[in-house]
Write a protein that binds this ligand. Structure first.
Ligand SMILES: Cc1ncc(COP(=O)(O)O)c(C=O)c1O
Length: 366
């Protein structure tokens, strides 16, 4: 192989920082030398209840895995449109909300485009900016994690692209209608990522037909427990939806994902009961964490709780939880330090987490 083969790849791609993914459960189990069932995976904001039983049934019964999926995603778009009360003309489905971010990057980011996001936030926004040669422009949040709408407004100035998660990962707070209105008025393309909206916060999906610069993203990964199957969608102004469908890969929503989406939308009541359980567990876990003197949880509208760790190194706590088979997310970034993020799981997951935290607390004399 020639030495300079990498040199033929554009420099901005060679130099871009990669996305920092979380490890899959089998890798974690092997690393610790314990069975997969003993792992409390609270690091990926996944839904511990998994897919609806109807999804499992439908996947087993489906007969056309040897046939390409519908590139126009007609059935799925129809079903999602019905679920949202919107025309399917606004909808584009994909392999997770992540793929919709990629399609939006393809549409709006050229070399030098300002891509604005408000850290601490989801790492994919910076990744997409770099992938398409844009200029990632972080606009930090205020002390309480609320948006600095004025600073975003001046950074966006007309032709920028703004990614905002609502509720935000990892801080758990939503974007308000007032903030959104101010940002839409700038004329920049505003992408509201509602990956967690089923767990709390106001949805802006019904506003999309009224604006030509608002895009809302949703996913089946969280509320519907399909993270591993990869199914998400974007709600776009109709002309942008047409373009997005034109430039996406033709069979981007595979047959299994389509089957799973349709079966999930056919069993919303069951999935909603599980969302309700997670929301109730979030409140219970929040109260228990707030009672730990060296932890400070932030209120959250998502299926996770961000927690500031005081008096002890957050990384040491993260490590000691890992040793007990409890995997959580550790943050040490310019905008977020001394913090852990706990995905809200089942009550037994909270019990394990709280017991382990009590042990760690006792070992430091708290
Ligand atoms: C804010 C946010 N958006 C999107 C995603 C990714 O969603 P999907 O699994 O649909 O690609 C995540 C995943 O954690 C997220 O936190």
């Amino acid at each position: 192989m020639s030495d300079d083969i990498l040199g033929r790849v554009p420099a901005y791609l060679r130099q871009m920082p990669g996305y920092e993914p979380i490890e899959p459960i089998d890798v974690l189990a092997r690393e610790l030398g314990i069975p997969e069932e003993q792992i409390a995976k609270l690091d990926g904001n996944e839904n511990p209840y998994g897919p609806s039983p109807k999804v499992m049934e439908a996947l087993c019964g489906f007969r056309y895995y040897h046939i390409y999926s519908d590139p126009d995603q007609r059935q799925v778009r129809e079903a999602i449109g019905k679920h949202l009360g919107l025309s399917p003309a606004h909808i584009v489905a994909g392999s997770g909300a992540d793929e919709l971010l990629d399609i939006i990057g393809r549409m709006f980011i050229a070399s030098g485009t300002a891509v604005i996001a408000s850290p601490p936030t989801f790492g994919m926004y910076a990744f997409i900016a770099h992938l398409y040669g844009g200029v990632f422009t972080p606009v930090s949040r205020q002390e309480d994690f609320s948006l600095d709408a004025a600073a975003i407004k001046s950074a966006a100035s007309g032709d920028g692209l703004v990614f905002l998660a609502s509720p935000n990962n990892p801080t758990g707070n939503p974007v308000s209608r007032g903030e959104l209105d101010r940002l839409l008025a700038t004329g920049a393309v505003i992408v509201i990522d509602e990956a967690y909206v089923e767990f709390g916060g106001e949805s802006f999906v019904s506003l999309v037909p009224q604006y030509d610069n608002l895009i809302v993203l949703r996913t089946f990964s969280k509320w519907a427990g399909l993270a591993g199957l990869r199914a998400g969608y974007g709600v776009f102004p109709a002309p942008l939806a047409d373009l997005a469908r034109k430039i996406k890969m033709p069979y981007n929503l595979n047959q299994a994902a389509q089957v799973a989406v349709l079966a999930s939308l056919d069993d919303v009541a069951t999935l909603q009961q599980r969302v309700d359980l997670i929301v109730a567990e979030r409140q219970r876990l929040f109260e228990r964490l707030a009672a730990v003197p060296w932890l400070r949880p932030w209120p959250s509208q998502g299926n996770f709780l961000l927690c500031e760790v005081r008096e002890v190194e957050a990384k040491a706590v993260w490590q000691r939880l890992r040793e007990r088979g409890i995997f959580v997310r550790y943050f040490e970034t310019p905008q977020l330090s001394h913090c852990l993020r706990f995905t809200v799981g089942k009550p037994e997951h909270s019990h394990r987490l709280l017991t382990a935290l009590a042990e760690i607390g006792a070992s430091i004399g708290r």
